[in-house]
Design a protein around this ligand. Structure first.
Ligand code: ATP
Ligand code: MG
Length: 254
């Protein structure tokens, strides 16, 4: 039986730098997998490969037994994998609701000619999309901020908004690049609770995370990346207890 998500033999070179070096791993459906590793280990780069933002020099990605290599990002979202970005990539002059609307799969064939000839139908569609976007905001606890411009949201709220936008895609496998970084304790707990809730609702999550407290609390399984290669994997307890990994990660105890 094939794995839910399977990455194998991925190499990616940037000039003289081997960012991914025979990178491979598999993740099971239904849990939260945390990806850890020092700065520059290749975590964001492998996300870029999985989601079609980067075509690697070699290697394969398969999802539910189907090869994804060569597909464009939109096609990969349609196949069921969506990702968030380390630097959020929100539209700060648009409202929270508008940012989620952008994440909804677009109704091709409806606009713009459809709007001309079937105005009532289009208005109904528009209302339906707004309701759907609103539902995603409610899902992450931001309903009361829907009309606010993103630049007026707190950093924690912006992080939650990136998750709402991810949910808007309808994808079943969510890749989150440091969803909790830079957050104070309260907002951190909120994000952790949200990720757990999503998993409970049937999503599968792959989460890049530096904070060991977060990893301990949310991860079912941990992948440790080092110099572009999967160096170790195991339960959070196994990974955190390994002195060799701690040395690589922090130059000391985890
Ligand atoms: N487009 C690119 N061009 C050149 N070098 C790149 C590019 N993208 C990533 N790199 C380099 O590849 C290496 C891996 O980067 P990557 O962003 O994947 O690391 P990371 O594990 O996500 O690190 P961090 O924890 O700091 O986010 C780094 O040395 C980085 O500078
Ligand atoms: Mg990164």
């Amino acid at each position: 039986m094939s794995a839910y998500l399977e990455v194998s033999g991925v190499n990616q070179r940037f000039g003289g730098l081997q960012a991914l070096n025979d990178c491979g791993f598999a993740i099971a459906q239904g849990g939260i997998t945390c990806m850890v590793g020092p700065n520059g280990a290749g975590k964001t780069t492998i996300f870029n490969v999985i989601t079609g933002f980067l075509r690697p020099d070699t290697g394969h990605v398969a999802f539910r037994g189907r090869r994804l290599d060569g597909l464009r990002p939109q096609a990969i979202v349609a196949a069921g994998i969506a990702r968030s970005f380390q630097n959020l990539r929100l539209f700060v002059d648009l409202t929270a609701l508008e940012n989620v609307l952008i994440g909804l799969p677009s109704g091709f064939g409806e606009a713009p000619l459809g709007a001309l000839f079937r105005p009532f139908h289009t208005a109904r569609l528009d209302r339906a999309r707004r309701a759907q976007a609103m539902e995603r905001l409610e899902h992450v606890g931001l309903a009361d901020r829907a009309a606010e411009k993103v630049r007026n949201l707190s950093y924690g709220e912006q992080k939650l908004l990136t998750v709402a936008r991810l949910l808007a895609t309808g994808a079943e496998l969510l890749l989150l690049d440091e969803p909790a970084s830079g957050l104070a304790a309260g907002a951190l707990d909120q994000v952790m609770a949200l990720l757990r809730r999503l998993q409970g609702e049937g999503k599968t999550l792959l989460v890049v995370e530096h904070n060991t407290r977060v990893v301990q609390q949310i991860a079912d399984h941990v992948l440790f990346l080092h110099q572009g290669h999967l160096m170790a994997e195991g339960t959070p307890a196994q990974i955190i207890a390994d002195p060799a990994l701690a040395e690589i990660y922090f130059g000391g105890a985890l």
